[in-house]
Structure formats: structure tokens, C-alpha cells
Ligand binder design. Structure first.
Ligand code: ITT
Length: 206
């Protein structure tokens, strides 16, 4: 069976991609980057989600000799010209401090009224093969930003993003409900035909 590496240590992402690949009938063994602890995390030096996803996928494919998938994602706020964007995970200074990031963003938008609080989550998902072949696809979840956090599910900016057509925030959706409409779900699903095509063309060792 072909082994596909997902460039993340986030178990939630592995489960999500696993479910999407299984639904699509792809017979793959999906493993996280944790299976290769000797390979260091790559620096995200790109200036777009796509560049960062490709950087991570290529680094892992080169290091393991196996096909690799990576994603990069964030929140893009209209009135901030797309920020925090690629800086979403460290908007308040410390990587992964979700609470500080969310509170800083709310403070920055305090005077902005509902008509101008449009935003979207964006995700780029990349596939790289050891021979350097690459593909990248993107997904978005549009919505508006609340003035205060609501809900306890999810992570990051979920408690303040109300998806278009919903009366609740992402943090009030179940994981399955969120995956069905999310930027990451869309990007991963868009990657399925790409994985199918490239792996059929270039059989990999398992
Ligand atoms: P990796 O280890 O896989 O790189 P990460 O935690 O750095 O994961 P991402 O690159 O997926 O996270 O996302 C960057 C930030 O964007 C993340 O820390 C959140 O602040 C925000 N974000 C991305 N997707 C989100 C989502 O579905 N819900 C809420 N916030 C999200």
C-alpha cells in the first residue's frame, strides 16, 4: 500500500484527511510527521499559504522519499487587507497562543461595525513527490466576525468566525459540521483527485 506523509503533528488534521481519503476510496497508508521525529520542522518562509504548504510538502517528500501532503491556513480579515493571514498562528507574538491572538484581533476591530466585519478562513493543501512534482489547491470558508467569542469547539479563531448562512460560530459547530464546510475540508477534498492522478502516474514504494 502506498504510504502518504502528512506534514503536521496535529492529530486532528490527520484524522480529517484520513476520513476524506477513505471516503474517496483511496487505498493509502496515511502517517503524520511524528512517524519521522528525526526530520526537523521546516521554516515557513513563504509569503502565501500556498508557498508555505509547498515548502513543507517538498521538505518532507525529499527527506523521506515518499509522497507528502502539507497544508497552511489562517484567517483573512477584509478590513485588514487579508491580515492576519499567514501570521494567524502568531498574531499576538507567541506561536499558537490562540487566546491572545483572538483577543488582539477583537481589540483591533473594536470600532468596526457589523457591515464591515467580513473575513474568511483560507487553506492551501499541497502534494509533493520525491521527484519534485508538486500540486497545490485552496479552500475558503467565508463569514463575518463577531464582537465577542462564543462556543467551545474547535481552536484558533473559531469562536469569532460566523460562517456565511449560519447563526452560530465555528466553535458552536460539531467537528463533522465544520469539516463539511471548512476551508481545510474543501482544500483536502480538492486534493483527492490530484493524489489519485499523481500516484497512479508515479507509483511509489511503500
Ligand atoms: P501545523 O502544526 O499543521 O502547522 P498550526 O497549528 O500551525 O498547524 P495552521 O497552520 O493550520 O495551524 O493554522 C494557522 C493558524 O490559523 C492557527 O493557529 C489558527 O489561529 C488559524 N486557523 C487556521 N485554521 C483554523 C480553523 O479551522 N479554525 C480556527 N482557526 C484557524
Amino acid at each position: 500500500m502506498t504510504r502518504l506523509i502528512l506534514a503536521t503533528r496535529n492529530a486532528g488534521k490527520i484524522t480529517e484527511l484520513h476520513a476524506i481519503l477513505a471516503d474517496a476510496g483511496l487505498d493509502l497508508e496515511l502517517v503524520g510527521a511524528d512517524a519521522y521525529p528525526e526530520i526537523p520542522d521546516v521554516k515557513e518562509t513563504g509569503v502565501t499559504f500556498a508557498e508555505n504548504a509547498l515548502l513543507k510538502a517538498h521538505a518532507l517528500a525529499r527527506a523521506t522519499g515518499l509522497p507528502a501532503v502539507a497544508d497552511d491556513s489562517g484567517l483573512c480579515v477584509d478590513v485588514l487587507n487579508g491580515a492576519p493571514g499567514i501570521f494567524s498562528a502568531r498574531w499576538a507574538g507567541t506561536h499558537g497562543d490562540d487566546k491572545a491572538n483572538l483577543n488582539l484581533l477583537l481589540a483591533q476591530l473594536a470600532d468596526i461595525d457589523d457591515a464591515h466585519r467580513g473575513a474568511h478562513f483560507a487553506c492551501a493543501a499541497a502534494l509533493a513527490l520525491p521527484d519534485g512534482t508538486e500540486r497545490v489547491v485552496e479552500g475558503r470558508l467565508p463569514g463575518t466576525l463577531r464582537h465577542a467569542p462564543t462556543g467551545t469547539n474547535g481552536f484558533g479563531y473559531d469562536p469569532i468566525l460566523q460562517p456565511e448562512g449560519y447563526e452560530v460560530t465555528c466553535a458552536e459547530l460539531t467537528p463533522a459540521q465544520k469539516n463539511a464546510i471548512s476551508h481545510r475540508g474543501k482544500a483536502f477534498r480538492a486534493l483527492v483527485p490530484v493524489v489519485r492522478e499523481l500516484l497512479a502516474r508515479t507509483p511509489q514504494a511503500s
